[in-house]
Design a protein around this ligand. Structure first.
Ligand SMILES: Cc1ncc(COP(=O)(O)O)c(C=O)c1O
Length: 481
């Protein structure tokens, strides 16, 4: 049977491979998504997040499943399905979005994602990524160089900062810990030094490696949440005294809650002196390397052994897309050293078989977006995006500081701002915004107290949106009393 012939049997697979159905649905989709963009960018909705309880939403979608099975002959979804998903989703493209640190994707990248979804080259080995594997190798070498990691540097793309941090620490273990844990396993008590403000995924990676809660040595911070160098030295000595083998120090660039950058120069010197692996968790802020104006907090990053950087945070790329860079590109092979006769012909370092360096076997063709942007624009597009986002946070800080009764946690060095209305119940205030909108912001707890938190991800956020956000918070606060 030809894939394009139409059998009379409904729900038959061959109906869904027709080029006509593909073309028709694609055209519809373009219009639907363009309308979503138009509405969102125009602030047309009465709120960014359509708020209701998780239970209500589950009931809604469960009830739809009760009526399943009556799809059109050549469509994979029922009429109205995409509109409903759009209507019920958090609308990141609305300039009033200033919530969690997920990119507001550059819209045209949706089409590159669509192209790679259709091609679906699996990337594990060269033959399953004849275009996307060398694209990845080429662009990662260039980016690593741009970051100042040196002539021997390189890297891989993977699905998320969490996975990148785990992968970096696996490489660190192989390079620094006594023995060969990958081959023989290990019951040694190893430890990683990291600030108490680190993202939880660092601790999770340590536990995955079998070192338990004690394996993450949480180092105290200064008032601004930067790692305290004295506490670092003390934590190191105490760990050694406790019989632990310290293998790595992890720097935050920047912290998730407050956008604080550790002093990476201090950490690099410390790691060099003690012979430790130096990893930079730059999932959020390493992207600032592309900006002349905003790269100063990354001083010292070029001395790292490894750096994680999410393209799906400040760089406008749809999730998930993370770069893991190594100063010595061959360190990437230390993380995994796997026999897989059905995939590889030998145990050599082969850049073209990317799964030798990634946790994933199959992965999306992640390089296409990164390569596409880099080839067309070099660092300039990312520089302008980063500058705009950081500027939004700095503008918001100025607006907040000028209003009586408000305070900021710290002047932002990134696109993250923590602030609060003094003497008010900021948790309740945030909840009121969540319920009633129209803006979408989040919160965090610092030293036991709730602060409002914005990550300015949308470059279309105007000064007037920021003023309107604070006006609205003041209005909501009045209703709380
Ligand atoms: C500093 C930091 N590291 C790691 C992560 C985890 O990254 P991902 O969500 O891409 O797994 C985050 C996420 O926000 C982060 O802020």
């Amino acid at each position: 049977m030809k894939a394009c012939s139409k059998p009379s049997i409904p729900h038959h697979w061959s109906n869904f491979y027709t080029v006509d159905a593909f073309r028709k649905s694609g055209r519809q989709m373009v219009d639907q998504l363009a309308d979503y963009l138009l509405d969102s960018q125009g602030r047309k909705g009465d709120r960014v997040l359509p708020y209701s309880s998780p239970k209500e939403r589950l009931n809604h979608w469960q009830s739809k499943l009760e009526k399943k099975g009556s799809g059109a002959e050549d469509a994979l979804w029922k009429p109205g399905f995409v509109e409903e998903v759009v209507a019920q989703s958090n609308r990141l493209h609305d300039p009033r979005y200033a919530g969690h640190q997920v990119a507001v994707p550059l819209p045209q990248l949706a089409w590159l994602q669509a192209a790679t979804a259709l091609l679906n080259n699996g990337m594990a080995i060269d033959e399953m990524g004849p275009a996307s594997s060398p694209m990845e190798e080429a662009v990662m070498r260039e980016l690593a160089n741009f970051m100042g990691l040196g002539a021997d540097s390189g890297g891989i793309l993977c699905h998320g900062g969490t996975l990148a941090n785990l992968t970096a620490l696996l490489a660190a273990r192989q390079r620094k810990a006594t023995g060969n844990a990958w081959r023989d396993g290990s019951d040694r008590k190893c430890a990683v030094l990291v600030s108490e403000q680190a993202h939880y995924c660092v601790d999770r990676a340590v536990r995955v490696m079998g070192w338990g809660a004690a394996g993450t040595v949480k180092v105290g911070t200064l008032d601004n949440h930067q790692i305290d160098p004295h506490a670092l030295q003390k934590a190191y000595e105490q760990s050694i005294d406790a019989g632990m083998e310290v293998i790595a120090v992890v720097g935050n660039a920047c912290t998730t809650s407050t956008g604080t950058f550790d002093d990476l120069e201090v950490l690099a010197a410390f790691a060099a002196e003690k012979g430790l692996w130096f990893h930079v968790d730059g999932a959020h802020g390493a992207a600032q390397i592309f900006s002349e104006r905003n790269r100063a907090p990354l001083k010292g990053m070029k001395r790292a052994d490894s750096v994680a950087m999410d393209f799906h945070k400040m760089l406008g790329v749809p999730a998930l897309c993370t770069g893991l860079f190594y100063r010595n590109g061959t360190d990437a092979y230390a993380a995994f050293s796997q026999e897989a006769a059905y995939l590889y012909e030998n145990e050599q370092e082969e850049w073209w078989n990317l799964s030798k360096r990634t946790f994933e076997c199959t992965k999306r063709m992640l390089s296409v977006s990164v390569f596409g942007i880099w080839e067309a624009h070099g660092h300039k597009l990312w520089e302008s995006l980063v500058d705009r986002l950081v500027d939004r946070a700095q503008t918001a800080a100025r607006v907040v500081e000028q209003r009586p009764g408000w305070e900021v946690f710290a002047r932002p060095e990134s696109n993250i701002l923590c602030f609060r209305l003094k003497g008010s119940d900021n948790a309740a205030l945030r909840h009121a915004m969540l319920q009633h909108g129209p803006h979408y912001i989040v919160k965090t707890v610092l030293d036991g107290e709730t602060w409002l938190r914005c990550t300015f991800q949308n470059p279309l956020t105007e000064d007037s949106d920021i003023e309107a956000l604070i006006d609205r918070l003041e209005e909501l606060n009045a209703t709380l009393a």
